[in-house]
Design a protein around this ligand. Structure first.
Ligand code: ATP
Ligand code: MG
Length: 445
């Protein structure tokens, strides 16, 4: 992409309405624009990051054996009356009436709709286990939408639902989701800690929230710092292996980690003092096992191996995809702007031309641009007639992990400068070497 053609409405002033750094940076970097309270347009740069996160979520869900699909945003109230949640959900639900006077709603979540799909098509244990998910816009009429995309009213969420013949099988699905979520967050360059949580309006006994530590988080969290050392890495996970998934779940849930809702002082006191930490956290996902709550209410049964009709065991699992864009920025920024982890960066490499209009510099930049594109290294080329300082500031603000700076002085010696956004370190290398290094860096991402 050429900066001269890119819609990147950068703000010079720090927007007064933004209270936290991710919101400020998303506005300043031209990623989003508020449409109305808690509702945002995703401008090209923000949209690109959102898509990157969506891609990672899809890849990890499919790896775990789950089925992607797409349900609508608008739902009929009838299904929610069946489950009893039409009244229970309260003012967070946006209720709509169509021209025929039918009650509709903008989905805040999809347990009812998915259970209806399931009961219409699945009758036998032979079709289980089954997990269906989608990534779709949700609407919750939050009392206090704030912090930009972190607590929006309209937000983008992955929600998945597992159907199993028994509690044991459903608990494996729970563990499998935990593992796939850990891997998803790790790939996004985040440390998200599973913490025992309260089940809220979804209902159920077993539930964990995933929290990213950040001073601006809305939750108060208490944890054993040993959990920060855990890493899934490139372990070979077999998602059908009950023992392996269960062992990984145990590994991550044995160290103490809870939100204030489930915090237990006595248990916390057992953690060695040097490891006892409390801070703030951002909830970026949650998994639930809720048994037969919806299948009982909506009569979703399967025939089991013994020939008996039994209500199907279910769980639901959510990742806040749009909130994650903000959470990643909260976790990774400095005074100059965003620092994207390589795996989610909107562009992989930035090219800064120090002397736009000079035949030499333009030629070298064009060649680099072509080469990086050919290698799938998605460059953004600042080809505007701007001062060098302004170009650097833009690249830093929008957080491109690697920058190649091209100027007449370096070119005289056959070199360009390759700079890391994270460390600020630069090396002088030939243009070919700069491309080769970027290729090597991104091959590991
Ligand atoms: P919260 O406690 O933050 O209101 P929740 O527990 O009600 O969230 P879930 O039903 O668990 O939310 O939804 C799954 C995920 O969707 C959450 O973990 C969060 O990351 C995201 N999410 C929920 N509400 C919002 C919102 N208003 N704006 C952006 N993301 C949200
Ligand atoms: Mg939640």
């Amino acid at each position: 992409m050429r900066m001269s053609r890119y819609f990147l409405p950068i703000l010079k002033e720090t927007p007064a309405e933004a209270q936290i750094v991710s919101h400020r940076l998303m506005l300043r970097a031209g990623m989003i624009k508020q449409a109305s309270a808690g509702i945002y347009s995703w401008l090209p740069l923000g949209f690109k990051v959102l898509r990157r996160l969506e891609d990672i979520v899809h890849e990890e869900q499919i790896r775990a054996g789950h089925n992607p699909m797409l349900m609508p945003t608008l739902q009929s109230a009838d299904l929610w009356r069946e489950s009893g949640r039409y009244e229970d959900y309260g003012e967070e639900m946006l209720r709509i009436t169509d021209r025929h006077g039918r009650d509709m709603l903008y989905g805040p979540t999809n347990e009812e709709l998915i259970t209806d799909i399931f009961r219409g098509h699945v009758q036998s244990y032979k079709d289980l286990p089954l997990t269906l998910y989608h990534i779709q816009w949700k609407f919750r009429d939050e009392r206090r939408p704030r912090f930009g995309v972190m607590r929006g009213r309209e937000f983008f969420m992955k929600d998945g639902y597992n159907f199993d013949v028994s509690k044991e099988a459903a608990l494996h699905a729970y563990n499998r989701h935990m593992v796939s979520y850990l891997r998803t967050y790790e790939r996004m360059g985040l440390k998200a800690i599973p913490m025992r949580a309260d089940s809220g309006p979804i209902g159920g006994d077993d539930t964990h929230e995933f929290l990213v530590l950040a001073d601006t988080g809305e939750s108060e969290v208490f944890y054993d710092s040993a959990i920060l050392d855990l890493k899934l890495g490139d372990r070979d996970v077999d998602y059908d292996n009950w023992d392996q998934c269960s062992a990984i779940k145990d590994e991550w849930t044995t160290p103490y980690a809870r939100t204030d809702e489930t915090h237990n002082e006595a248990r916390f006191a057992e953690v060695p003092e040097a490891h006892r930490k409390s801070s703030r956290g951002i909830e970026v996902g949650q998994i639930f096992y809720f048994g037969t709550k919806y299948s009982d209410a909506m009569n979703a049964k399967v025939v089991n191996e013994e020939g008996a009709h039994v209500p199907v065991h279910m769980g639901s699992h959510g990742i806040g995809v749009s909130r994650l864009v903000g959470a990643i920025i909260e976790a990774s920024h400095d005074d100059n702007g965003i620092i994207w982890p390589e795996s989610v960066a909107p562009f992989k490499v930035g090219i800064v031309n120090l002397k736009q209009g000079s035949e030499e510099a333009d030629g070298a930049c064009e060649a680099l641009y072509k080469e990086l594109n050919a290698k799938g290294l998605e460059p953004i080329y600042d080809d505007r007639n701007e001062r060098a300082g302004a170009k650097f500031a833009t690249m830093d603000l929008i957080g491109i992990p690697w920058r190649i700076t091209v100027g007449p002085r370096g070119l005289k010696n056959g070199v360009v400068e390759l700079t890391s956004r994270k460390t600020g370190e630069s090396v002088e290398v030939t243009p070919e070497e700069a491309v080769a290094r970027c290729e090597a860096i991104y091959a590991d991402v």
